[in-house]
Design a protein around this ligand. Structure first.
Ligand code: ATP
Ligand code: MG
Length: 352
């Protein structure tokens, strides 16, 4: 018997649920000359969703995570390396004839892979232009290329002016689609919604929410070894339908029932075990918070509105909420809530 729950990596096939409307919206956007901006907090399922959409569309796709990019030159290099993975060398070589900055290319005879590097300190504007135009040229009308830039909010930290350079090149391009993914909502909004930003209104903006309760409920019920609807309900109450944590908790519950034949308070036991595993990390995280952040986290854990208790000035609480949302400890939907249900349990057990 194999654990039917999966967390931490991209989920596909039988592990993937719901998102029908979002898939439709993404596929429609890709069926045009427009670009897409997809925003959600961490681990809501952006990568899984895009992977599924690309598969359904049967389109070539390259993905670069800007968190792993250290400079404009590095971005150009990584884009080229990804292009080498999906296009034949002969085809790329043909389009590289116009490169003003010629890279050094080596092939690995064992893996058949192609490696590439540029001279240091070249003009990055020209370099990016060469590379992005190459992507445009290898893309064909029948198999239009999709270029995904993950954690795009990092653009601001890589190199000054890089956003302006990219935008200047991209705005003249045709025949390919860009998808910009981001997990820091406020920064993504600054990039795509502020008039003075180079990427203002650059594409269709989509927000990814958690997975709807009814769908996740059915998903859990159909996979649990014991058909007890309290188990599914308890899991979803604790995780509040967060995709990653729901799968993680469900996976632990499944193990307790399957391998340890636990029958009572299974969800509670699973929650406790996962909380204990992270005890040291949580302790360290907690020590790193300042007093206001601790107060705000405690209030949210207890289900109180930290802005309504009157113990601290509203502006101080607001800055703390902003900070905690930016670092991902707090999620803002209609209201603010703690992102990690295990950290929440730990705080309630040890700090309240
Ligand atoms: N459609 C889905 N059905 C079931 N589970 C899902 C779905 N989407 C995401 N998950 C769960 O959430 C986890 C995180 O998904 P994914 O890595 O796609 O999210 P992400 O938003 O790209 O995360 P990150 O911010 O870390 O890049 C998955 O490993 C899986 O457990
Ligand atoms: Mg991702």
């Amino acid at each position: 018997m194999k654990n039917p729950f999966k967390y931490g990596t991209i989920v596909e096939d039988e592990f993937f649920t719901d998102r029908q409307i979002e898939l439709q919206q993404i596929m429609q956007a890709m069926d045009s000359e427009n670009h897409l901006i997809l925003i959600s907090p961490r681990r809501f399922g952006k990568s899984s969703l895009i992977t599924k959409a690309v598969k359904l569309l049967k389109r070539p796709c390259i993905i670069v995570n800007l968190q792993q990019v250290v400079s404009a030159q590095d971005l150009a290099t990584k884009l080229m390396k990804e292009a080498f993975k999906i296009y034949k060398w002969e085809r790329i070589k043909h389009h590289m004839r116009h490169f003003r900055i010629v890279p050094t290319i080596s092939t690995n005879p064992i893996t058949d892979g192609v490696d590439l590097s540029f001279q240091p300190r070249v003009d990055t504007r020209i370099l990016l232009e060469d590379v992005l135009l190459l992507l445009e040229h290898v893309s064909t009308p029948e198999h239009r290329l999709i270029v995904v830039l993950d954690e795009f909010q990092e653009i601001a930290t890589i190199e000054k002016g890089l956003d302006r350079q990219l935008r200047a090149i991209m705005q003249a391009q045709q025949g390919l689609n860009y998808i910009f993914l981001g997990s820091q909502e406020s920064m993504m909004m600054e990039i795509f919604e502020q008039k003075k930003s180079p990427f203002y209104n650059f594409g269709k903006l989509m927000r990814l929410a958690k997975i709807p309760y009814a769908d996740f409920y059915d998903y859990l019920m159909s996979r649990m070894p014991r058909k007890d609807d309290n188990i599914a309900k308890d899991i979803l109450t604790i995780t509040d339908c967060h995709p990653y944590y729901t799968q993680q908790l469900a996976s632990q519950v499944w193990e307790l029932i399957t391998y340890e034949q636990l029958s009572d308070n299974v969800v509670d036991e699973a929650l406790d075990r996962l909380t204990q595993v992270h005890d040291l990390d949580f302790e360290r995280l907690w020590q790193g918070f300042n007093r206001t952040d601790k107060y705000v986290m405690q209030a949210l854990c207890k289900g109180e509105n930290p802005q309504g208790t009157g113990s601290l000035p509203t502006s101080t609480v607001f800055s703390s909420l902003k900070r905690l949302t930016k670092t991902g400890y707090v999620i803002r939907a209609n209201t603010y809530s703690i992102e990690d249900p295990f950290f929440k349990r730990w705080i309630l057990q040890k700090q309240v």
